[in-house]
Design a binder for this molecule. Sequence first.
Ligand SMILES: [Zn+2]
Length: 276
Amino acid sequence: MTYGEERTISLLSKLVSSGDLPHALLLSGGDTEYKKKVANSCAGFLLHGGEKENFSDFLKKSCACKSCEYVSYGIHPDFTRLADSPVSIGKIRDLKSSFALASYLGGRKIAVIENAETFNREAANAFLKLLEEPRGDAVFILLAPARSSLLSTIYSRVVEIRFPARSVGVTEVEIPKEYDEHLKVFEGNSLYRKLLKARNYTLQNKEDVGKMLDFWLLKLRHDMIQEEMSERRGPREAGATRIDLIKRIFAVKVRLHTTNMNPALLMEELSVSSLR
Ligand SMILES: [Zn+2]
């Protein structure tokens, strides 16, 4: 759980334990797999009658009670998980007839709808009836990338819990064109082109060199985060080479800021020292 997610969960936790839970929640933004986990845990929490507990704590451990076990297998009689994409009218009709019945175990009835942005108009209209005439104990937990990705009729009837994005990537921090062009050369394989590029740098434009190095570090940091988040890790060697490069870029930055050394020389040295 990231710091931002922890704050979102604490908000959700307050809402879940407030005794005034809305009939329809939307979990928007953030990481889809993580939201699925949260939605299912929330269903488990409400069905095992845990409102007196703290949901944040509940989410961290796994409850071994029968009710939670049935929810995790998707076989709890008062729980429906709809993973279809697009959400079909048939599934919404099934949901409607299931929600017309009283709860089997006397508690709530809960549905998690994982791709709420994929409702077509027909399915949305059917679902809307469910939202408009909610049974006292019904809770719908919708998942979508953003509130604006829902049809407007549903949009206005949900309480949104927004999850923060997991990583700030280079895609979100745009590298200006002039630096990007230089970076491509220094990340490339041609020593000749690197040395040629390095000759453009002088004490007059050393600030530009500093900025380019900052963007380079940002890019390397982004690559590291991406790799840590993905299942497939790169070879250990690639990671070590990257860390080595980061160290050398830092060393150049320090000398750039604290000495009067010629930036061209520093960039040439950086290029040559990458050779094995
Ligand atoms: Zn339980």
